[in-house]
Design a protein around this ligand. Sequence first.
Ligand code: 16G
Length: 240
Amino acid sequence: MLDKQSPIPIYIQIEEQLKQQIQQGDFLVGTAIPSERELTEYFGVSRMTVRQSVTNLVNEGLLYREKGRGTFVASPKVEQPLNGLTSFTEDMLARGMAPSNKIIGFEIVKPDADVVTALQLVDGEKVYFIERIRFADDKTMAIERTYLPVARFPGLHRDLLQGSLYAMIENNQQLKISHATQRMEAGLVKKEDAELLQIDVPAAILMIERISYLDGDVPFELVRSTYRADRYKFTTEIKR
Ligand code: 16G
């Protein structure tokens, strides 16, 4: 099972084996993996080595610990391609998951200078500021803070955002969403966001800022999102 002659450190070999067992379904999502003592005996290594491997898998988001109860297999992360301009609702439905929203803020505000620049607003133009918690199968995935120009969506109200924003724009408003620019960086969750996402601190997050455009290069949304790093894995296809 373990190759003590290999240049690959033993703790990595153990990580790889546990990963494989999770992927094969030997350990099911939500069930406990064997205890440290059992793994120590099974692999014939020190408890410290086993702990190192398990901690690494916890940090990677494959496992999670519950105090006094043990270490459990986490749900697999959602693999999100970065190539297409899709909505959260479309992304979750495509995976057979049920999307839902909780709108925690809906206001008309005077935008900051960076919002004015991103949305190419004229002086004095107001924006909607919408805060939504996004869920898939009732589990928190992300918080999205969206700015939309009021002039482009006059009369928008909270109820119209219970479902998909993009569906509302394309179906109700008959506008054509064309492209977006996106930036992504890693960080640690803020205390307030951890509460909204129902996660313990410290936790890794991915911060994504998207500016989306309608046909004709007209910016219509600036979104700042906080994605749970334990729930997401981003993929992209690259060519040479
Ligand atoms: C995605 C977009 C967000 C967009 C939302 C619309 C990223 C980082 N964000 O979550 O910009 O507003 O989809 O989703 O991908 P909806 O149509 O389901 O409301």
